[in-house]
Every structure is written in C-alpha cells, then in structure tokens.
Design a protein around this ligand. Structure first.
Ligand code: NAD
Length: 478
C-alpha cells in the first residue's frame, strides 16, 4: 500500500506538510508507487535551521547523562521498529530485506549504544605550560558541541549513514537538520519518529525533504556550523565549494581495488569478491570496483568467482531468499551498461551476465579490463566484477593507485611482508588484508583519501568533526 503523507517535514518537534514539489517514490523492483512526500520550501528550510539553532542554546548545556538516557531509549525504540523501517528501505531502494535488516539492526540501532558509550568516555586534556618557565599555568582543552549540523545523506544506506552525524551529533549536544535522499524519504520519516519518541527535545532534530537544492540551501545557510555530507564525488566537490569555511566531513565515491597476489587463498579471495562486487548490487562506496589478479592465479580465481556468481539468487528484494535485488535508479543502471559497452569496445570480454531486465541487472564478470577503460577509472556502482591482471606487486599497486579515488582497498596474500608493503603503499583511507572491501567496523575511522572525501567518521572521529576544540588557560599565580 502506498504511503501518502502530509508528514513531510519535522520542524521544531512538529510534523508539517511540505510547500514544495511532490516527490514520488517508486519501487525499483515492481515500479509501483511506494509513497510520496512533498519537498520543503526555502522558508521551511529556514524554519528548520532556526528551530535547530534555538534548541541548541539549551541542548548544548544538558548533562551528558540526560543525553545518554535518551540515546538508550532510542536504541530500544529503534530495535522495536527495525523490521518496519527495514521493509520501507527495501521497498524504496531495492536493497534486499536481509541487507536492510543488517542496516537497521547492526548499524543504525547500535549507533545509539555506541554514541552513548563514546560520549561518556569522551575526555578533554590538561596541558602544561611550554611558553613560560612557570608552574602556574593550566591549559585545559575541551571539545564543545559545534552548533547546528546539516546531515545530507545518500539513498544506499539511507538511515544508517545519516544516523552517524545525527546520533553522535545529538549525543555530544549539537542540534541537527537532516536532508535525506529524495530516493528514500519514507524510511527517513520513520527514523525521525524513533528520535521523537525517544524524547530528544523539540528542535534538536529536524527533517526537511527535497532534492539537491534543499541540501544546497542547508550547506550555504549562515546558521549551519557543520556539514556532514555523504554522496557522490561530483556533488561532494560542489558541497565543498559551497560550505566555505564551515566545518565539514565529506564521504564520497570510490573505485576500490581488490588485489589477489600469487600466494593468496584463491577461494577466500573469490568469496570476498562476491561480497565486494554484488552486495547491494554493487551500489556501495566501498565496493570492489576492480579485481586485480596475479596472472598465475587468474584461471583458478576466475573459475571460483564464476561458480559463486552463478549461485547468487537474484530477484525480489522482499523475498527472504534473494541475495541480490534490483538497482535503485535507472541512471546508475544506464552508467553500468555504458561502462560495460565501453570495456567491450576496448577489448574486454563479458564472461558472465551483462544484461538487465528492468532495473534488475545480472551479476556480471568482465575479463581483460585495462586501465584506459571507463570501468577501471570511474565509479561504476553496479553489480560488476571487472578483472584485471598484473605480474608484480608494484605493478598492482600502481594500477590500484591510478584513479582519482582512494576509499577502500583490499589485498589477499599469505606474505606478511607483501601485506604490510601493500598496506603502506595503497593511497586509500582503509586497507583490508585478506578481507573484502565491503568490510566495515563501526568503531574504526572511516573516510577517503584523494577524491573519496575529506575527514573521518564513526566513533571518536565523528565526534571531532561535530565539536569545536577550545583551549582555556588558567594562571594560578596568586
Ligand atoms: P548524490 O551525490 O546524488 O546525493 C547525495 C545527497 O546529496 C542526496 O541527499 C542529494 O539530494 C544531495 N544533494 C544533491 N545535490 C546537492 C547539492 N548541490 N548540495 C547539497 N546536497 C545535494 O549521491 P547518491 O546517488 O544518493 O549516492 C551514491 C553516491 O554516494 C556514490 O557515489 C557512493 O559512492 C557515495 N557514497 C559514499 C559513501 C561514503 O561513506 N564514502 C557512502 C555511501 C555512498
């Protein structure tokens, strides 16, 4: 049943109808209308920022225990509603229901628990005087909540990714205005209900809907102190320009290499490539967008990958048995097809798949990929395993580093020396050894090098981005 709502924006603790365009959400699987929301007008966006700025005045002064208690309540409510929100994510984006449950239970709900623990242990510092020969100075370093945070999020983890700055922001005493993806606005509203029901005071968290222009208004808004943006590199570059001197974290696109060295466990590397290339139909920033295989193990690796790919159950994302669902948008599906056509025109061979039916793209393996192909240089964001070969580790590292991106890389080897050398030479924010590129630890720093982003998120790293560091100097001399 389609959800048509007049609960279009959540501002100052009230749900209101939007004043902008109607945004219809269609299921990428069935094409049916899932629901719609009405975008916020510029004056409604202003009201949301004003509500956040007003509530920040008192919220920043609440005790850490009060904030932690609300986070703990939110965890329970979020777990209670996880299945409902997961179903909405799947209907809106085409993610499989198992992937949406993972998003809600393992990632999103736990942000509340992790943030509570992290803020309880978030300590300042006392520094000695190094300017004067005196024992009278005490320099206290504190991190204060930065103010109004604009959280702008993509559709592929529509609740989890936004949940990082929202939950950590609220936990450290910031207030938030969230602009969810226009492709997944309904699950965002459900998550906003969780925050409201948990008892975050009116105005501390606000939601406005719309496309890029609504995000852009937030980024340039005078009263927004910090922008936490996750999305494509193209949009991120614009956000970086528009944000000016504001504090910001940019989590952008990737073109992750998975390197399989001659001594690798080929079976394990093939398992990793399945997760790396086909989880969420390849629509992950950390997807294995290039598989670099040593020429001596190319044949057994490819055989293992083909066997596993053929076993994937592709289809209805709401079906519990489905391993891979449809692609979310026709634009990304078209780009995937263009990258494949370009690769074939330049000499690559499609070993498996290559076609699509509606939004459902076949899991695809393409062999003989070389660096000048678009599929090797750009983020494809589709269910494709592009195979490239190399002869030496240094050659592999050169190829792996030869794109503008630098988010996540992985290397498969039994050699400690080669693993260490690769980890140090790969210009990526994360390097996994003997693990898929799509491996995420929720307490480790996450973020990209080069055009994959700026700043880091998760745990203490996102707290740094949501706080202003202040020194307070005391002179104790009588
Ligand atoms: P997108 O860049 O199209 O949109 C992201 C968000 O930005 C949306 O909410 C959109 O409405 C908004 N937006 C668009 N124009 C804007 C502007 N000028 N100012 C402010 N906001 C604007 O990205 P998408 O298609 O939703 O997501 C896919 C992309 O996100 C991929 O490139 C993927 O790699 C990347 N991504 C990165 C990470 C990461 O953590 N590095 C995680 C998930 C997705």
């Amino acid at each position: 049943m389609a959800v048509t709502t007049t609960r279009d924006a959540f501002i100052g603790g009230e749900w209101i109808a939007g004043d902008g365009e109607t945004i219809e959400v269609r299921s990428p699987w069935s094409g049916e209308t899932v629901g719609s929301v009405t975008a916020s007008s510029p004056s409604q966006v202003d009201s949301a920022v004003a509500a956040a700025a007003e509530s920040f005045k008192t919220w920043r002064k609440t005790s850490v225990l009060e904030r932690v208690e609300i986070c703990r309540r939110a965890f329970t409510i979020c777990m209670d509603r996880a299945e409902e929100i997961a179903q909405s994510i799947t209907r809106e984006t085409g993610k499989t229901i198992r992937e949406s449950r993972e998003e809600m239970i393992e990632f999103t709900a736990d942000h509340f628990r992790r943030a509570s623990e992290d803020v309880l242990r978030h300590a300042g510092k006392v520094l000695p005087s190094t300017q004067e020969r005196s024992n009278d100075k005490r320099i206290v370093v504190v991190q204060e909540p930065i103010g109004v945070v604009a959280a702008i999020s993509p559709w592929n983890f529509p609740v989890d990714i936004a949940g990082i700055p929202i939950v950590y922001g609220l936990a450290v005493g910031c207030s938030v205005v969230w602009k969810p993806s226009e492709h997944a606005p309904l699950c965002a509203n459900l998550f906003a209900e969780v925050l409201d029901d948990a008892g975050f005071p009116a105005g501390t968290v606000n939601v406005v809907h719309g496309r890029g222009e609504v995000g852009s208004q937030l980024v340039t808004h005078r009263d927004v102190a910090s922008v936490v943006f996750t999305g494509s590199t193209a949009t991120g570059e614009r956000v970086a320009r528009d944000a000016g001197l504001k504090n910001r974290v940019l989590e952008l696109g990737g073109n992750g290499p998975q390197i399989v060295l001659a001594d690798a466990d080929v079976e394990k590397a093939a398992d990793a490539a399945i997760t790396g290339c086909f989880y969420l139909a390849g629509q992950c920033c950390t997807a294995a967008e290039r598989i670099l295989v040593h020429e001596s193990v190319k044949d057994p690796f490819l055989a293992a990958l083909v066997e596993r790919t053929k076993a994937l159950r592709v289809g209805d994302p709401l079906d519990e048995a489905t391993d891979m669902g449809p692609m979310c948008t026709s634009e990304v599906l078209q780009r995937t097809q263009e990258h494949l056509a370009d690769a074939v025109a330049k000499g690559a061979t499609i070993v498996l798949g290559g076609g699509h039916e509606g939004q459902l793209h076949e899991p695809t393996i393409v062999d003989g990929v070389t660096q000048e192909m678009r599929i090797a240089q750009e983020e494809t964001f589709g269910p494709v395993a592009p195979i490239m070969t190399f002869r030496t580790l240094d050659e592999a590292l050169e190829i792996a580093n030869a794109t503008e991106y630098g988010l996540t890389a992985s290397v498969f080897t039994r050699s400690l020396h080669d693993a260490w050398h690769a980890a140090e030479e790969l210009r990526h924010g994360t390097v996994h050894v003997n693990e898929t590129t799509n491996y995420w630890d929720q307490l480790a720093p996450f973020g990209g090098a080069k055009s994959s982003g700026a700043g880091r998120e998760l745990a203490g790293w996102i707290i740094d981005a949501l706080t202003e560091t202040k020194q307070i100097t005391f002179d104790l001399a009588p």
